[in-house]
Design a protein around this ligand. Structure first.
Ligand code: NCD
Length: 345
């Protein structure tokens, strides 16, 4: 069999090793490039599946998934809920606002409670960096990080890569190995408070893209150059020759003090307007993880640009990525051949 005929998801793992040797999905930083490619390739079947009128699989039938969200969320919670249900699992959502967390229960006690209910996977969003990893160390089932503080949001990094691959494929510009080598991506906005930025930097770089960050000095993490990114404070300079422009929201709820003079001033310097977009390549792709603040970090006529904006595709790819992650991480417990043994990290 030539390599062209080999199924892509089996080409890159060292022989005898599990394709995905991790029990949990906490951070893109813990994944190797072939593991990222594997998850992206696994998600492709779910993209196709989700475009059919009937969208119910039985892969996770009988399994219980708990979505424990200690922070507000619309698209990530819905996306994980839809993903679990489409795979046939029983999905239960726990909102911290209505839980015993408000009564003073510690994170560890909440984790032990979820564990005692014998969930088969737990999806967690938490406001503190490291909290999801901490819970993962206390429970017996796979844990998926749906965003922990300013640390990581791994499924967002993966879904953004998948959305980019689809957009490039539709233009006939995709590379056959699934990589994004040579792509110039600008991430602009509140980098300091953004777990999306961090997961995207790691995921995009692993796939061979180069990343430029742009933010006012107060919203740029100190020493971020060490991640191998180019740092800009002038948006026009960052945009020159960019293939992809990813805009981020000002995360006011995470700001302790005043970081920008005013939203109006911010838009003037860092907002993506049609005029500014003209500085990027002529067909540059526009992305935003949502929720958007239209008229602040991005103008409506840019966010809604046909052919250029892939913001709604990002949401679509999110469900497929989460289905792939839930499926892969529960394979061991389900005794799927080839997955029942092997070392897990
Ligand atoms: C992001 C998050 O929660 O980190 N949203 C998301 O998951 N799509 C970004 C944000 O809140 O601005």
């Amino acid at each position: 069999m030539t390599s062209a005929q080999t199924p892509p998801s089996q080409t890159r793992f060292p022989a005898g090793r599990l394709a995905f040797p991790h029990r949990d999905l906490i951070a893109i930083g813990a994944l190797q490039t072939h593991e990222i490619l594997f998850l992206l390739e696994e998600a492709e079947q779910w993209v196709t599946f989700n475009r059919q009128p009937a969208k119910h699989a039985e892969a996770l039938a009988g399994l219980t998934i708990i979505n424990a969200f200690f922070e507000n969320s619309t698209r990530t919670l819905l996306s994980f809920e839809i993903a679990g249900k489409r795979l046939g699992a029983d999905v239960v959502n726990m909102h911290a606002a209505q839980s015993s967390v408000k009564k003073g229960e510690t994170l560890i006690d909440t984790a032990m409670t979820l564990n005692a209910m014998r969930a088969d996977a737990i999806v967690i969003r938490h406001g503190s960096s490291g909290a999801v990893g901490l819970i993962a160390g206390k429970v017996d089932c796979p844990v998926l990080n749906a965003g922990d503080g300013q640390h990581e949001h791994p499924t967002q990094g993966l879904l953004d890569a998948l959305a980019l691959r689809h957009a490039l494929r539709a233009r006939g510009q995709a590379s056959s190995d699934g990589m994004l080598v040579g792509l110039k991506v600008v991430i602009c906005g509140d980098i300091l408070h953004s777990r999306v930025a961090r997961s995207n930097i790691l995921c995009l770089q692993a796939l061979g893209a180069s990343v430029r960050l742009c933010a006012p000095p107060a919203l740029m993490p100190q020493g971020v150059e060490a991640m191998g990114v180019e740092v800009f404070h002038h948006f026009d300079a960052a945009l020159a020759g960019a293939d992809v422009v990813m805009m981020l929201r000002l995360q006011n709820e995470r700001m302790d003090g005043q970081f920008i003079p005013s939203p109006r001033e911010y838009r003037h310097l860092y907002g993506l307007t049609r005029q500014r977009l003209a500085l990027a390549t002529s067909d540059a792709i526009i992305m935003h993880p949502g929720p958007m603040n239209r008229g602040v970090e991005i103008d409506s006529d840019v966010a809604d640009m046909p052919e250029r904006s892939i913001i709604t595709q990002q949401v679509e790819m999110g469900v497929a990525i989460r289905m792939a992650c839930l499926d892969v991480l529960t394979r061991r417990a389900r005794g799927i051949p080839g997955w029942a043994s092997g070392d897990l990290a």
